[in-house]
Design a protein around this ligand. Structure first.
Ligand SMILES: [Zn+2]
Length: 305
């Protein structure tokens, strides 16, 4: 559905202070901005039905929040079946062991991570709260709604941590930085969602990276971090999206969210990510053979389950 959200990727014009760490990357938190989670329930609620079959490999836990401030996040995430939806995508993969998705209190730390020892993806209430605080109250000049600004990064973060889980559980060899690889796989999956879902997650997570990028302090330690800089993550996401479908995502170029020099190689970058996914992860999927369209249908159905 090209053109449904105009434009698809650019960041919002102004956003109050963000403070989220991503996957252990809470190296430069700023004081949280004011905000409420009142809109969250509406953002995450879904009328859809039961989840896809994952052979019982995916376990979902919504820990009761310890603070009243997180109650609304708990209810909205649970009612929206947010963990279940991402878990349903990963459940398409035949895993050697059970994988747990858990939303929990993290003693003030806005973070998310995958823990190999417990085979679990943890997302902190504090991280969701920081995303809610960072989301603009009204639709941005770029056309990004508050709903997308909240939902997009939550889905991206869950897919990113899921990618770490897949690397570990499937013994996927990784060349280069694992954090970059996790972003690549997360982007590849989100670009296979239904067009409307993909555009919204893309817009929201792109805006979130841009927000964090604007606030990031780039000193020497930033270059030593295992994560790329937020603006690098922004452009990597933009490039993969544009490379996946130049027509659908032409607005990324039009909005100056991708320099022409980088854009020239994005189709190849996407092909490289697709080749790696087909080679290393697709053989573990429950259904075979898996061409691009069948993969798309499977991901779309799981996410909407
Ligand atoms: Zn990570």
């Amino acid at each position: 559905m090209p053109g449904a959200i105009r434009p698809s990727f650019p960041p919002p014009a102004s956003v109050p202070g963000a403070g989220a760490g991503l996957c252990g990357g809470a190296r430069r938190r700023r004081p949280p901005g004011r905000g409420s989670v009142l809109a969250l329930a509406a953002c995450l609620l879904s009328p859809e039905g039961a989840g896809a079959s994952d052979g019982g490999q995916i376990r979902i836990v919504y820990d009761p929040p310890k603070t009243a401030a997180h109650r609304e996040i708990h209810d909205a995430m649970r009612q929206g079946r947010v963990l279940e939806r991402v878990g349903a995508i990963v459940g398409l993969v035949r895993l050697p062991t059970r994988l747990t998705y858990r939303l929990e209190d993290c003693a003030g730390e806005p973070n998310a991570w995958y823990a190999p020892e417990s085979r679990s993806v943890t997302v902190c209430y504090e991280l969701i709260a920081s995303i809610v605080r960072a989301a603009p109250r009204t639709q941005s000049a770029a056309g990004i709604t508050r709903e997308d600004a909240i939902r997009g990064p939550i889905v991206q973060i869950l897919l990113h941590e899921s990618s770490h889980a897949l690397f570990d559980l499937l013994d996927v060899p990784i060349l280069g930085r694992e954090e970059d690889a996790a972003d690549q796989v997360a982007s590849f999956i989100l670009l296979h969602l239904a067009p409307a879902d993909a555009r919204r997650v893309l817009a929201g997570s792109g805006a979130f990276f841009a927000t964090l990028g604007r606030h990031e302090i780039i000193d020497r330690s930033a270059f030593a971090d295992v994560h790329g800089l937020f603006w690098q993550r922004f452009y990597n996401l933009a490039c993969l999206a544009y490379g996946s479908d130049k027509r659908r995502y032409r607005v990324i170029l039009a909005a100056n969210d991708l320099p022409k020099e980088r854009a020239a190689g994005c189709e190849e970058e996407f092909s490289q990510a697709a080749f790696a996914f087909r080679k290393l992860i697709a053989p573990h999927l429950r259904m075979q053979p898996l061409d691009g369209e069948r993969l798309r249908r499977a991901f779309r159905a799981a996410f909407r389950s």
